[in-house]
Design a protein around this ligand. Structure first.
Ligand code: ADP
Ligand code: MG
Length: 330
């Protein structure tokens, strides 16, 4: 698989830099960003950077800076197929592209975020190289953090991966009292290494989701502008508040993100209904339906590096900024 290379034009687009491409060249000459690879063919002056170099460039040109203290985010909705994993992939990669040390924790036995971020199709030379990754379940059974953390193609992005046995962990936790506090020690350790920690969850309100929500500074709830999500929203929303009441805690700060926005009447009506029903908690910016996300994933990239000026890229940039701004308020 050919490695991805990014030109000065790409850098300007990815980091929404308002200056010229020439300023990127000047920054390179002055040593503010890593040295580019020069084209072997004409034009010889063409500068390109590898994916691994982008976080150093993002530190200099990007729009996000690390938080003064580490932040924990849970992306959760009991409804499946609302864009949780897509959002975790894009948000985590955007943070990492800005040179911010980021860790994703996968809690879904389906392993979608693990497969997205560790991309076996790109990474594995042969099926024989495949091993089942260690998870949060292994950590709770005594495996060290170093042994469960996996690196990715971005030096600033790590993941605690998933496997099918997470459903057993969920069942084991289910019978424990104060189970929602069980990931506290893990988060405490991770905060020593990472500035941003993001949970991806499975589409059920289970013990693992409880643990994630309890540890988080922000709950990001993608809400699909589709009948399937609309018809269960009232129930999903109120069961969250009921649970926080049950454990005697204030609900985690929440932001609802309209997703899967389509160009049809029902989708628009659902969007309007969400905006009035969840006023104050819901973002006006939506994430539109687009094939770009699946395309980026198949290239092993996030939407921001793959298509920063596409409609999906633009939607995600606004959503990421809204999430970042909410976290910066604390
Ligand atoms: N904006 C979008 N437009 C169209 N399809 C999308 C979009 N975001 C995600 N998808 C696709 O929809 C499916 C479900 O998305 P995913 O992020 O896995 O949702 P969840 O994690 O909530 O189950 C995936 O196949 C994904 O590629
Ligand atoms: Mg998912």
């Amino acid at each position: 698989m050919e490695s991805h290379l990014f030109t000065t034009g790409d850098v300007v687009k990815i980091f929404q830099y308002e200056g010229t491409r020439q300023s990127v060249v000047v920054a390179e000459k002055n040593g503010h960003i890593p040295s580019a690879i020069r084209g072997r063919k004409k034009p010889k002056s063409l500068r390109t950077w590898t994916l691994e170099q982008l976080p150093e460039i993002g530190k200099y040109f990007g729009y996000f800076k690390p938080f003064p203290a580490p932040k924990v985010i849970t992306v959760f909705n009991q409804k499946g197929g609302v864009g949780k994993t897509g959002l975790v992939a894009t948000l985590s990669r955007t943070m990492a592209l800005h040179g911010i040390n980021t860790c994703v924790i996968g809690l879904d036995p389906q392993s979608s975020i693990t497969l997205y971020l560790t991309n076996p199709v790109v990474r594995l030379k042969s099926l024989q190289d495949w091993t089942v990754p260690k998870t949060v379940k292994d950590y709770l059974a005594g495996t060290s953090l170093e042994e469960i953390l996996l690196g990715t193609d971005l030096p600033t992005l790590s993941i605690i991966p998933e496997n099918h046995l997470l459903s057993d962990l969920n069942n084991e936790l289910g019978v424990k009292s104060m189970r929602h506090k069980k990931l506290g020690p893990l988060i405490k350790d991770l905060k020593k290494i990472f500035n941003v920690i993001i949970f991806d969850t499975s589409p059920t309100f289970n013990s693992l989701a409880e643990c994630a929500l309890y540890e988080s500074d922000l709950h990001v709830m993608p809400v699909a502008c589709e009948i399937g999500c609309y018809s269960v929203m009232e129930h999903n929303y109120s069961s969250l508040n009921d649970w926080f009441k049950l454990i005697g805690e204030e609900p985690t700060k929440r932001i609802l993100i309209p997703t899967m926005m389509a160009n049809n009447r029902i989708s628009q009506e659902i969007y309007s209904s969400y905006l009035s029903q969840y006023k104050g908690e819901i973002l006006v910016q939506s994430i539109r339906r687009s094939i770009k996300g699946a395309e980026a994933e198949s290239e092993g990239l996030g939407v921001i590096e793959y298509g920063p000026t596409s409609t999906l890229g633009q939607d995600y940039i606004e959503v990421n900024k809204a999430i970042y701004n909410l976290l910066s308020e604390d």
